[in-house]
Design a protein around this ligand. Structure first.
Ligand code: IMP
Length: 197
């Protein structure tokens, strides 16, 4: 079975990606399986650069094919903030709750029709002699208060288009059908199959 290393420490992302790639019969490793991985810097200005940087660092170190995801939420009313800073929006060590509470505070009183937001995911796939990128977007609206305990990050305040519940309330199978990550991975799947065949 071919090996693929996921370049992320986020256990929620790992679970989602494993589910979304389960039909490929790969041996999926995480950073816990690779000793002494250098720190994964995420200080670039775009999802693409962050994703490719993370995958390159791990590929150079582990000498195995690597998949990374860089993702976040963009709020139209806030000129697409927090974007690449989603994980650290309320500070370097901020929790998910602190991050989404900051976003809710900044959009308090803003009318529903102006609460448009989207999740974006860029996945980078790096191996010997190749670097591939794919992107996925999930459009929706910001809730006015958090709802539901499923998922992670901004899920309790994000209502995907076509639904009235937040990702925090929706079943994970629904999120895994329509999310930004479901879409970015669907967009890179054929390349993964071809290269790891
Ligand atoms: P990074 O890709 O490690 O920089 O972090 C992505 C951050 O974006 C996460 O810490 C979350 O705050 C947010 N995020 C990304 N994907 C999701 C998602 O599927 N649900 C909720 N929040 C997400």
């Amino acid at each position: 079975m071919k090996k693929l290393v996921l370049a992320t420490n986020n256990r929620h992302k790992i679970e989602e990606i494993k589910t979304l790639l389960q039909d490929l019969s790969l041996e999926i490793l995480t950073l816990h399986d690779i000793p002494n991985v250098p720190p994964l810097v995420e200080n670039a200005l775009t999802f693409r650069e962050n994703a490719i940087n993370k995958a390159r660092i791990v590929h150079q170190h582990a000498k195995l094919p690597v998949l990374s995801d860089d993702s976040g939420i963009e709020v139209f009313y806030l000129n697409m903030r927090p974007g690449v800073r989603s994980a650290r929006y309320a500070g370097e060590r901020a929790t998910d709750v602190q991050n989404y509470e900051k976003l809710l505070a900044e959009t308090r009183g803003v009318a529903p029709r102006r609460r448009k937001a989207r999740f974006r995911s860029v996945v980078a796939f790096v191996g010997d002699g190749y670097e591939d990128l794919a992107e996925g977007v999930c459009e929706g609206t910001l809730a006015e208060a958090p709802r539901g305990g499923n998922g992670f990050g901004y899920d309790p305040i994000f209502i995907p288009d076509g639904y009235s519940q937040t990702f925090g309330e929706l079943d994970e199978n629904i999120k895994n059908r329509i999310s930004h990550r479901a879409r970015s991975l669907a967009n890179i799947k054929e390349i993964l199959k071809r290269r790891l065949g």
